[in-house]
Design a protein around this ligand. Structure first.
Ligand code: ATP
Ligand code: MG
Ligand code: MG
Length: 352
């Protein structure tokens, strides 16, 4: 069978490796850390830095297709890998999702609603943004933010100085605050033939900037559900995307507003492991290896809950709970805010 190269060795890489193995593929991860979640299940591990050109070349030589589990792949590494083996999803998706400013500009270019935004590099940009976009607002670093890190809220103009200082000199984006009722996400897949398949949208609850739960079905009207799926398809088509993508949305009275996109399998898609015949991980492997996309029909109501830090103390009880599937990532050290695993609770299935 073919070998799939995965850049990154976290839990997403681990679950991609398991799905790949089920379809008869081998996996090879590229990850600088040694005791990482994916290293326990992948067939091969290139333990090297993204600046190590020799290691990158060897990695490319030993795989048939390259994918990734995080979007911050350095451009220099892509320059080396791309001429050697297909990288899926492609470069455009990475470029767009690595920088919140480019991402927002792309989304509004293809006609989708986003928060009003402006680039902020200094105090002068900030003053202009406050006047043009208004308050409240959120200032975010353009790059490398996740789990709400690198963000500052602004309620009044007096917050400007502190918010700018929080960016620590990094280029930032100013976003007008969206008054949403709730948050949902669409997990969508596209293959090289241009087929698109979307999972039913999930409803996401964040606590302290970190995803806490995803519940399906989400509270959406039939037309909102259709809108969500159509706009996700528009994004994937515009990028000629190959693989699975997570699209985060705000639900507002005026319609759906796109928050951000992730060019990979997504935490808010973990419920598919318990709700669908083909989960998001297998769907991604299928898309990047030229298989037909799998049937992602939802046949159960599910709540996915992340196990973060000390939530691990609940594992003995969760292991005994009915209709509950535990997924643990094998991380050696428990830390506050660290995603250690998740649990999928089936709250209603097609049969009951
Ligand atoms: P992730 O871990 O999902 O990658 P992130 O660090 O990239 O998160 P965002 O998704 O941009 O951050 O923002 C985190 C959360 O902050 C959102 O899910 C939403 O609850 C809130 N938020 C972000 N931007 C806005 C906005 N413009 N208006 C209102 N709320 C927002
Ligand atoms: Mg993000
Ligand atoms: Mg987000």
């Amino acid at each position: 069978g073919a070998t799939i190269g995965i850049l990154g060795g976290g839990q997403l890489g681990r679950m991609l490796s398991v799905a790949a193995a089920r379809l008869g593929f081998k996996t090879c991860i590229f990850e600088p850390g040694s005791d990482c979640p994916a290293s326990h299940v992948a067939n091969y591990h290139f333990k090297a830095d993204y600046t190590d050109e020799t290691a990158l070349r060897r990695f490319a030589a030993s795989v048939d297709v390259i994918t990734y589990e995080f979007e911050n792949i350095p451009t220099s590494a892509l320059d080396i890998l791309e001429p050697l083996k297909p990288v899926r999803p492609g470069r455009r998706a990475l470029k767009v999702s690595q920088d919140r400013l480019i991402e927002k500009a792309f989304l509004s270019d293809i006609g989708l609603a986003t928060a009003p935004f402006a680039a902020v590099d200094d105090a002068e940009d900030m003053d202009e943004a406050i006047i043009e976009i208004g308050l409240p607002a959120i200032l975010k670093t353009r790059r490398f933010g996740y789990d709400g890190k690198g963000q500052a809220r602004l309620m009044t103009p007096a917050d400007a100085e502190r918010a700018l200082a929080d960016m620590a000199g990094q280029p930032a984006i100013y976003e007008g605050f969206i008054d949403f009722s709730h948050e949902v996400s669409v997990i969508a897949a596209r293959n090289e033939a241009g087929d698109v398949a979307c999972y039913d949208p999930g409803e996401n609850v964040h606590v302290g900037g970190i995803l806490r739960t995803t519940t399906v079905p989400a509270r959406l009207s039939a037309s909102q559900r259709t809108d969500a799926v159509l706009l996700a398809a528009r994004i994937l088509d515009a990028l000629k995307y190959v693989g699975v993508m997570g699209v985060e949305l705000f639900v507002t009275p005026g319609g759906l507003v796109v928050n951000e996109i992730a060019p990979r399998v997504h935490n808010s898609g973990h419920w598919t492991q318990a709700g669908c015949a083909i989960d998001q991980f297998e769907q991604h492997i299928r898309a990047i290896t030229g298989w037909p996309l799998g049937d992602g029909t939802r046949y159960a109501d599910v709540t996915m809950e992340n196990l973060i830090g000390a939530d691990m103390d609940r594992v003995p009880d969760l292991a005994k709970a009915p209709n509950t599937a535990l997924h643990l990532y094998g991380k050696a050290e428990v830390k506050p805010g660290r995603k250690m695993g998740h649990v999928n609770r089936i709250t209603r299935s097609a049969k009951t």
